[in-house]
Design a binder for this molecule. Structure first.
Ligand SMILES: Cc1cc2nc3c(=O)[nH]c(=O)nc-3n(C[C@H](O)[C@H](O)[C@H](O)COP(=O)(O)OP(=O)(O)OC[C@H]3O[C@@H](n4cnc5c(N)ncnc54)[C@H](O)[C@@H]3O)c2cc1C
Ligand code: SF4
Length: 333
């Protein structure tokens, strides 16, 4: 691993000021915030990330999980994934988030991983993680070998001719279904970004994954007040039962009254280049009888624009079954 300067800032303002000295907050940043380190240190060992300065944010007071006056939830950027998943309010009111986090990684990793670090975890595309290979995301303009190469685990929604990498996070899928908002302190002050606008599609600039600018420090994430009477399920399908990323996953939050779906929020994981909220599935569900036919119709709607690559066409049917089954689980829970 290359050498770097290690900095412990006295407060958030100092962290932002140091972070603002880098040219980009995206791939190739020469200043990085260090949270749990479970993504960043791996990538530094592989020389995919080579920051000259690491700004350790673990001692900043950003780890609280607390109810807000409006009934929503404020989740600190450095709240550990395990603390968040087991928090009594999350288990009771935002069960889909608890389930999604616990479906990811391992207990040891979740004890280190943080809310903001999870939001910003990088793709597991093998070419991205191997500096001997070309990769538009790592080195813009070098090409995307995954399109003609190994793409079984990569995305079928939101891809471009420049990148088909999957967003690997489980937590982000639940955050999308819960309509989370990401709060950032930047060089120009604080701002709030709805989760759906936080991650970017690859388009012609796959190296740019989020709206973050140099110095932007995620301080917390907020969730709106829980939906009364909602049923929530996160279902993850993968090659082995633990310690594995999703091939397809679904986060659903629905309410059912008089046998009909009255509220629906749906997001998919493992299939999109960003956490994939599906307004198409939601529109197909609301007002319909809560049964297998309408659930399958919603799944068809969610995957209508899917574009398979040479090895991952199976994901389209897998994602449809995953969503259909998760809706059935929610409706009968
Ligand atoms: C073996 C293994 C298996 C895994 N399996 C899964 C899985 O099944 N599902 C899943 O979802 N995840 C999985 N993960 C990924 C894991 O969830 C992430 O590595 C973790 O969530 C990242 O959090 P962190 O705090 O360690 O981030 P870090 O590594 O500390 O940081 C990640 C990035 O976020 C930036 N950052 C961190 N905090 C902030 C902030 N407050 N503001 C701005 N930038 C910030 C850092 O600069 C860095 O670029 C796995 C990881 C490993 C190593
Ligand atoms: S899919 Fe994206 S991350 Fe993977 S090789 Fe292509 S450009 Fe790189």
């Amino acid at each position: 691993m290359h050498t770097f300067e290690f900095i412990r800032p006295a407060d958030s303002a100092m962290a932002v000021a140091i972070g603002a000295q880098t040219k980009t907050a995206q791939q190739g940043a020469d200043v990085r915030f260090l949270a749990g380190g479970t993504t960043l240190l791996d990538l530094m060992k592989l020389n995919v990330e080579t920051p000259a300065r690491l700004v350790d944010i673990n001692r900043l007071p950003l780890d609280k999980v607390e109810r807000m006056p409006d009934g929503g939830l404020k989740i600190g950027a450095t709240a550990r994934n395990s603390d968040l998943a087991h928090h009594p309010i999350v288990r009771r009111d935002y069960a889909v988030l608890s389930q999604a986090i616990l479906a990811g990684a391992s207990a040891q990793l979740r004890n280190m991983a943080t809310t903001a670090g999870n939001l910003l975890q990088r793709t597991r595309c093998m070419y991205f993680r191997d500096t001997a290979m070309a990769c538009n995301k790592r080195e813009p303009g070098t090409g995307c070998p995954a399109i003609t190469g190994s793409n079984r685990t990569l995305a079928v929604l939101g891809t471009s001719q420049n990148c088909i990498a999957t967003n690997p996070s489980d937590m982000n899928v639940a955050m999308a279904a819960l309509e989370a908002t990401v709060h950032v302190q930047g060089a120009k002050g604080p701002r709030a970004v709805p989760l759906g606008e936080f991650h970017l599609l690859p388009g012609s600039t796959p190296e740019r994954e989020t709206v973050l600018e140099p110095g932007d420090l995620i301080t917390h994430v907020t969730l709106p007040p829980p939906i009364a009477g909602s049923k929530q399920v996160y279902l993850k399908l993968r090659d082995r039962a633990s310690y594995e990323f999703a091939l397809a996953s679904a986060a659903v939050v629905i309410t059912v009254a008089g046998g009909k779906v009255t509220w629906a929020r749906v997001a998919l994981g493992g299939v999109g280049t960003k956490p994939w909220r599906s307004p198409e599935a939601e529109a197909a569900l609301i007002g319909q009888i809560a049964n297998a036919t309408s659930f399958r119709a919603a799944a068809e709607a969610a995957m209508r624009d899917a574009k398979p690559q040479s090895e991952n066409a199976f994901k389209i049917e897998l994602a449809k079954r995953c969503l259909t089954h998760s809706l059935q689980m929610a409706a009968t829970s």
